[in-house]
Unconditional design. Structure first.
Length: 295
């Protein structure tokens, strides 16, 4: 049995996923072995100051050293570590990469929005899609939203926008970026009837869980709107108590709802499928694909 690891350095949290890879008649499959999530919130520094502060660098470094030690203990044979929009925007991003290599002996790469979208596709959610429908794939992160249009299970257009939950909380989302996203999404979806949504990211996963839908059933626009109204009707402290949310989820879940609801309104999408996978799962799938090609 093989063990692979994925490190996702996001704007809200940093994650390590260690997965056991097994070969079955269907091909390679993976089972999550260990998932560690550290709420570092690099986005606050990156979007406001365009620099990651010394304190956050130190926390990130400690996290990376811990991740490396865990990977060694679990005897991980392959890993991929990716940093997304907060590190893309931080002027000291490259210095931090060097420091992590030096002190933690980890190769971390800062990836562009398109590569981020490609990694998320590596989850191959389209395999389970209805061929008679077209889909808008929405991945909402702390710093950016990746959008892709699938027609007949094939991605025909994709784009990354600097609109994310931390960015909105910090008032760093720009009117013109929203306008650009609106024009793009309307242009790319206007020819496609029967449009449904696919949503990924920690917030939509949490919303799906809160909605208590039957496994595999989509989340409707009405249900999402109703959840948003419930959440928005409470203070941060109340949201944490009533809905059992972590502090670093209780605030970002509101702008996440707003992004999903806005996109669904613009496109007329009535329901959204939530496969409950993310960047880390995509990295593991990508490693599996890359190693299959080598064999």
């Amino acid at each position: 049995m093989l063990r692979y690891a994925a490190i996702d350095v996001g704007s809200n949290a940093v994650r390590l996923l260690i997965a056991d890879i097994t070969y079955t008649e269907k091909g390679f499959e993976f089972k999550k072995n260990t998932l560690v999530r550290v709420p570092l919130r690099l986005g606050d520094d990156a979007f406001l100051d365009h620099l990651i502060s010394a304190r956050k660098i130190e926390d990130l470094l400690k996290t990376m050293i811990a991740f490396k030690n865990l990977m060694d203990v679990y005897q991980v044979s392959e890993y991929l570590a990716c940093a997304t929009s907060s590190m893309r925007e931080a002027e000291n991003g490259q210095e931090i990469i060097k420091l992590i290599k030096e002190k933690a002996n980890l190769d971390l790469e800062i990836i562009e929005g398109q590569r981020e979208a490609n990694i998320i596709y590596a989850n191959h959610i389209e395999k389970n899609l209805d061929i008679n429908k077209n889909y808008l794939y929405i991945d909402v992160g702390g710093g950016s939203t990746e959008l892709s249009v699938f027609v007949n299970k094939v991605p025909v257009a994709s784009k990354s926008f600097n609109i994310g939950t931390i960015r909105i909380l910090d008032n760093q989302d720009k009117e013109e970026t929203w306008e650009e996203m609106k024009l793009w999404v309307k242009e790319q979806t206007k020819a496609h009837k029967n449009l449904a949504g696919i949503g990924t990211g920690g917030n939509i996963n949490k919303l799906y869980k809160m909605a208590n839908e039957k496994e595999g059933m989509p989340l409707t626009f009405m249900k999402l709107k109703s959840l948003y109204n419930q959440l928005n009707g409470h203070s941060l402290k109340e949201r944490m108590q009533i809905f059992d949310l972590n502090p670093d989820r209780a605030d970002v879940i509101i702008p996440a709802c707003e992004i999903f609801i806005t996109l669904m309104k613009w496109t007329g999408i009535k329901q959204i499928h939530v496969p409950r996978v993310g960047m880390a799962d995509g990295i593991i799938n990508l490693l599996i694909e890359e190693n299959l090609n080598k064999q």
